[in-house]
Write a protein that binds this ligand. Structure first.
Ligand SMILES: Nc1ncnc2c1ncn2[C@@H]1O[C@H](COP(=O)(O)OP(=O)(O)O)[C@@H](O)[C@H]1O
Ligand SMILES: [Mg+2]
Length: 410
């Protein structure tokens, strides 16, 4: 796969004709590109699930991908939304927004509710409130009686301090639309709370009681609010204190209590989920119950991992779309837990030393991703630093102008 510019979005002359493809396999529109590593992972997954995939992306790197039927490149907000509106006139069986910035972009856009409903993995515009919003999610969970840590929404520093007083320490203060642990702060005493109240932005923020326990992740897929598949794992290692998980212990669904299935069914209904959901919860040390605090309406980097213990979600999703019925997921015939590392989340030393047997679980595009996004990005960043050091600002402008006149400005 090469990283060359894809077809830039241009409105079609015949604005009423949908994309002219007839296919027997279900067709999927994958949109995003802010997180290319995830997009490549999802592309591989969707292919195994039997979909023909078109891509609308802000990233040029997908144009020549062997699994992409049609690629549309959109460089800015306006062309992205225009292309999305245009493409969804084709009756895709599934539309997958692949990252949080894309969910946010669609939510903030001036598209109609009907257009947003097609682009977002929910059943109707009544289900928008929780999309890329931690406050909205907490409110929905509470409204539907799904256990979630006690919380308050705070619009300014006074409300934040009052909320912390009500909830008591320890609490998490979370930026409403944030991901990767980057907008999560813990307060354990007054000085920390005061510093947070003065420094955190933007408001409103979610103030949430910390639940002591083990973080449990569930990658689920719903169709029309009904559960199709899920994988259940406990966090064993992560990239930073509140960052994404790097090692997980998967528990086969046969080993789970019935309550988990019931809660996930209820969650799908509460969210109006119609697609991938990345669910986060805590198994409380106090009462042993699950408390849900996260439901990102997108896939994550772990979606391919359950196939390593014989429970490939792609198979369940393929069956769901081919038979047209909701699929009652069988429990994989595995006994015992499975410890799985994620190669894209481990450090270079762990990778080289094959810690946790990571070589057995490399993602399919691992070499490309490593060269293009790890080593390649590192080299580009180092060159940019050197360039800035060697060339003072006024000269940089002149070089930019010169490159632009030669046609290198895209
Ligand atoms: N209420 C909570 N109680 C205990 N731990 C929590 C709570 N909220 C978040 N965490 C921990 O912090 C991590 C990051 O929080 P999360 O809300 O998932 O942020 P992000 O959306 O940035 O991933 C979680 O994976 C979990 O381990
Ligand atoms: Mg999280």
């Amino acid at each position: 796969m090469q990283d060359e510019p894809g077809r830039m979005y241009e409105p079609r002359q015949d604005a009423t004709s949908p994309i002219l493809f007839m296919a027997r396999e279900p067709e999927c529109l994958l949109i995003g590109g802010y997180w290319p590593e995830l997009m490549l992972t999802v592309l591989d997954f969707l292919n195994r699930a039997g979909f023909i995939v078109d891509v609308l992306s802000i990233h040029a790197g997908f144009k020549k991908h062997r699994l992409v039927r049609q690629h549309v490149l959109a460089r800015d907000d306006a062309s992205f939304l225009a292309a999305a509106t245009d493409m969804i006139r084709h009756p895709y069986a599934l539309v997958v927004p692949c990252d949080d910035p894309t969910l946010g972009r669609i939510m903030r856009s001036g598209l109609t509710d009907a257009q947003k409903s097609v682009l977002l993995p929910v059943m109707s515009s009544d289900d928008f409130i929780h999309i890329y919003s931690k406050i909205g999610l907490s409110q929905i969970l509470r409204k539907h009686g799904i256990p979630t840590p006690d919380f308050r929404a705070a619009r300014d520093r006074h409300e934040l301090e009052a909320a912390i007083r009500e909830l008591g320490y320890p609490v998490f203060v979370k930026i409403d639309a944030s991901s990767g642990g980057l907008g999560i702060f813990e307060a354990t005493h007054d000085a920390e709370a005061r510093a947070l109240a003065g420094g955190i932005a933007p408001y409103p923020v979610l103030v949430q009681k910390r639940v002591p326990g083990v973080t449990v992740s569930m990658e689920a897929f719903y169709r029309q609010g009904r559960l199709v598949h899920f994988a259940y794992s406990m966090q064993q290692g992560r990239t930073s204190e509140f960052g994404p998980t790097s090692i997980r212990r998967y528990v086969p669904r046969a080993g789970l209590e019935q309550g988990v299935f019931e809660q996930l069914d209820a969650l799908g209904g509460a969210l109006g989920a119609d697609g991938f959901v990345n669910i986060g919860s805590i198994r409380s040390d106090i009462d042993g119950d699950l408390y849900f605090f996260e439901a990102d309406m997108r896939p994550n980097l772990w979606i391919n991992h359950p196939r390593h213990f014989g429970d490939d979600p792609a198979g369940a999703i393929r069956q769901c779309f081919s038979t047209g019925t909701h699929f009652d997921p069988p429990c994989p015939p595995v006994s015992g837990d499975t410890l799985l590392p994620h190669a894209l989340r481990l450090g270079a030393t762990d990778l080289m030393l094959n810690r946790h047997q990571v070589w057995r679980y490399l993602p399919s595009d691992f070499v490309y991703i490593t060269l293009r996004y790890r080593i390649g990005a590192g080299v580009v960043a180092a060159m940019a630093k050197l360039y800035k050091r060697l060339l003072p600002r006024p000269y940089r402008k002149a070089v930019k102008r010169c490159l632009a006149s030669l046609g290198f400005n895209r």
